[in-house]
Design a protein around this ligand. Structure first.
Ligand SMILES: [Zn+2]
Length: 262
């Protein structure tokens, strides 16, 4: 007796094949079933006790603060999204507290990376504050893998070999030349995850130049004057030129800046 057969399409042609032969349609059905199970597992995870406990632990570890900007947290985020790395979904090293705004920007960047390959969604962070307020530490603790950090004081120091906060005015011109070129190039690019611009006080030209092209975060390290002086003295970075900087700082306008304590 001939084997029962079934009608299927092979290379677009209707063809009769033995009933037990596995076809592409069978494979698709199995794939969809497996995917459905994964989807249930995915949604179930976010309601599991394991996740709620871990979420509370990270909230405590991160002191209730967004790990990007230091504002109050709104959620616990998977640094590598759980959809991309399911095995790391409960790894504390892959978890961080974020505020809604930083999470929105991160998600947008991830979306752009997935959908447009190498293109990035770049944000610009202007970080201001008194000498000794912790600007560089703040940035180093938050920078992503592919970031650009412009730090005026660090450049001055490395180009002159002078102690920190002392200036060579001829070198200053070179640094500003580089800064202006850098801004011009950044206008038309999405090259980095983040650009960090570290300055004592804000440069008003920055917003005008970059805001039509990029999202800009304004951050002010709001450390009190005495703490800054104590830190600088402790690190042997305090010198008399700083008195002028401290005085000028008090007359600057930080109206549109988010105040951060570090
Ligand atoms: Zn944030």
């Amino acid at each position: 007796m001939a084997k029962p057969s079934k009608l299927t399409f092979i290379n677009g042609k209707p063809t009769l094949v033995p009933f037990d032969q596995v076809t592409r349609k069978d494979n698709d059905k199995a794939y969809n079933q497996a995917r459905g199970m994964q989807q249930d597992e995915y949604l179930g995870f976010y309601h599991s006790t394991e996740w709620t406990h871990m979420r509370d632990a990270i909230r405590q570890r991160d002191l209730g603060l967004c790990q990007r900007c230091g504002m109050e947290l709104n959620l616990i985020d998977h640094i590598v999204p759980s959809k991309d790395d399911w095995d790391d979904r409960l790894n504390p090293d892959n978890l961080q507290a974020l505020c809604t705004e930083c999470h929105r920007l991160k998600t947008k960047r991830e979306w752009v990376k997935h959908n447009k390959g190498a293109e990035r969604y770049m944000s610009i962070n202007i970080v201001c504050g008194l000498p000794g307020s912790g600007k560089t530490t703040y940035v180093i603790n938050r920078k992503a893998k592919h970031d650009l950090i412009y730090d005026y004081d660090a450049l001055m120091q490395s180009l002159t070999g002078l102690p920190s906060h002392e200036k060579n005015f001829d070198v200053h011109d070179y640094i500003i030349l580089f800064f202006e070129q850098m801004l011009r190039k950044l206008k038309s690019e999405q090259t980095f995850d983040n650009v960090w611009i570290i300055q004592t006080y804000p440069d008003e030209r920055l917003d005008g130049l970059l805001s039509p092209y990029h999202h800009i975060n304004h951050l002010l390290l709001d450390t009190d004057k005495q703490t800054c002086i104590d830190r600088l003295k402790q690190d042997k970075r305090f010198n008399q030129t700083l008195t002028k900087v401290f005085n000028e700082f008090e007359n600057k306008n930080f109206e549109n800046f988010k105040r951060i304590r570090e």
